[in-house]
Design a protein around this ligand. Structure first.
Ligand SMILES: [Zn+2]
Length: 232
């Protein structure tokens, strides 16, 4: 082979290798973006000052689900306050906790959403209890099931399951009746949000677990939140 032909074939090989390398980089970037950030709204950046919005479901005239003397609105408020206390006790200056209600006041769903959005909360967690003849704990996210809300819900449920629930019913998308619509407080809040159904109020087993492990459940939910913001 002459020196000239050798040089030109070396140049061709180099050129082909460059094209292959460029294609590999492009494919890797594309896969990374698709996997990590399916959309701009899915980015979860932890701010220096973290605001956690806790929402005790129902309140006032809206008592929620009922089982004998037991009202869902009271269980929800007690748990939201206990999680607030657990987060406060963690003692990080980076965290503030706000509540949509701190007493037995009634609030529209949109008012709860406004509290969180107006405060530009980092995360939103709503507290509820299930009813209708089942058992166990589940955590709801929006119908879209964005990565950050999925992670938040999974972290909280994992911590609760570690304490012990009668049944881990999983992270669920949408609403109980329709997977393609979201619960208002989860769907309209602009930050990663989830709604915990902490056991069934019409299950003696779940009520006994809640009463027995109340403080542990509160600490577990707080830990899930703290892990989400990488403080634990
Ligand atoms: Zn409820």
């Amino acid at each position: 082979m002459s020196g000239k032909r050798e040089a030109s074939s070396r140049g061709r090989i180099l050129g082909i290798m460059c094209v292959i390398a460029a294609l590999c980089v492009a494919a890797a970037v594309l896969l990374w973006r698709l996997g990590r950030y399916p959309g701009e709204s899915d980015r979860f950046i932890i701010p220096e000052h973290i605001v956690i919005c806790l929402d005790a479901g129902h309140g006032g005239g809206d008592v929620g689900a009922v089982s004998g003397e037991r009202l869902e609105k009271d269980d929800n408020l007690a748990m939201a306050l206990a999680v607030r206390d657990a987060l406060d006790a963690f003692g990080s200056e980076r965290i503030s906790v706000i509540l949509t209600r701190e007493d037995d006041s009634g609030l529209e769903l949109q008012q709860r959403v406004d509290v969180a959005n107006d405060a530009k909360a980092t995360l939103f967690v709503s507290f509820h209890r299930n009813s209708g003849g089942g058992q166990g704990t589940e955590v709801w996210i929006s119908s879209e099931g964005k990565p950050a809300e999925t992670r938040l819900a999974a972290l909280i449920l994992e911590e609760l399951a570690d304490v012990g629930v009668s049944r881990d019913r999983g992270v669920r998308r949408g609403t109980a009746g329709n997977a393609s619509v979201s619960y208002t407080v989860v769907g309209r809040t602009t930050m990663p949000a989830c709604l915990i159904e902490l056991g069934f109020i019409d299950s003696e087993t779940d009520n006994a677990l809640l009463d027995e492990r109340f403080d542990e459940y509160a600490a577990a939910i707080a830990d899930g939140i703290l892990k989400m913001v990488k403080l634990k």
